[in-house]
Design a protein around this ligand. Structure first.
Ligand SMILES: [Zn+2]
Length: 279
């Protein structure tokens, strides 16, 4: 399932392909993609419009159009854009320079929502917290979101209103970088640990973007190299890169979850400030 680094990689490719161009013809073949809107109506509205920019918010790709409309694309499980003819094409955009972009989705959970830009902005702000790589994603913000929560930390960071764009892979990677146990109650973290969590989230996402996302070999998302950099996700039984302890698999928040039982011990680590105050 594409997360922030995969969606950002898709966004960059899509922007390079369509930004500034006019949509000469649009075709939507799958009513599930645009429901409850009629796919013919959506295709008709896209046709003739010009792409001003292609942005991203959390896991949404936001295609901004000259008309004041915005097309919000959520790739869900297996959605993605292709620049050569592909199988499982659900929609096609033909651009005014003769080029062609297809939207492909084998499992058909992806969505296209065409709406007014103001409505798009509102919807995206309701569904997403601040961008984790932006300046608003502070330790204070994160502390406020986690305070009092008894849910496992893993579940808390998967909430898009806490960390926009994080999913199962990068949540495990972030918690490994931050040396935090995924099963700890989210509200129990110290200030230092919340700061480490923020840094771990940013580190995992930046690394993912720099490797153009993760290709899990399932055909859903192709071309990334992040899978070579995994420190926790999917590595059960393999040695931790920091301490050599075999990585364990558990479940947290209903999701398969990988962590190092030594570096990410269940009890709270004594923070430096607490050690100093006790001596
Ligand atoms: Zn370890």
């Amino acid at each position: 399932m594409p997360e922030l680094p995969e969606v950002e990689t898709e966004r960059r490719r899509l922007a390079a392909a369509i930004a500034g161009k006019r949509i000469a013809a649009a075709r939507v073949d799958d009513a599930r993609l645009t429901r409850p809107e009629d796919p013919q109506i959506v295709a008709g509205m896209l046709t003739g419009d010009r792409v001003v920019a292609v942005d991203r918010r959390g896991k949404y790709i936001v295609v901004r159009l000259e008309s004041g409309h915005a097309l919000l694309v959520h790739l869900r499980m297996t959605g993605g854009f292709r620049y050569a003819p592909a199988t499982h094409e659900r929609a096609v955009l033909e651009l005014d320079d003769g080029s062609r972009v297809a939207y492909r989705d084998t499992r058909r959970f992806g969505t296209w929502l065409l709406t007014e830009e103001d409505d798009a902005r509102h919807l995206l702000s309701v569904k997403n917290g601040p961008e984790p790589l932006g300046r608003a994603f502070t330790t204070d913000f994160l502390a406020g979101r986690l305070a009092g929560r008894k849910a496992p930390l893993k579940a808390a960071v998967l909430d898009q209103r806490t960390v926009a764009g994080l999913g199962n892979i990068y949540a495990d990677e972030a918690l490994w970088h931050a040396r935090l146990n995924p099963l700890r109650p989210a509200g129990d973290l110290t200030r230092d640990e919340i700061a480490a969590l923020r840094d771990g989230i940013r580190k995992a996402l930046k690394l993912g973007i720099s490797r153009q996302g993760a290709d899990l070999g399932d055909g859903a998302y192709a071309g990334g190299r992040m899978q070579d950099e995994f420190r926790a996700y999917g590595r059960d039984g393999e040695p931790c890169h920091r301490c050599g302890t075999p990585i364990l698999k558990t479940r947290a928040g209903g999701r398969g979850t990988w962590y190092c039982p030594t570096c990410q011990a269940a009890s709270s680590r004594p923070s430096r400030s607490r050690r100093q105050s006790s001596t």
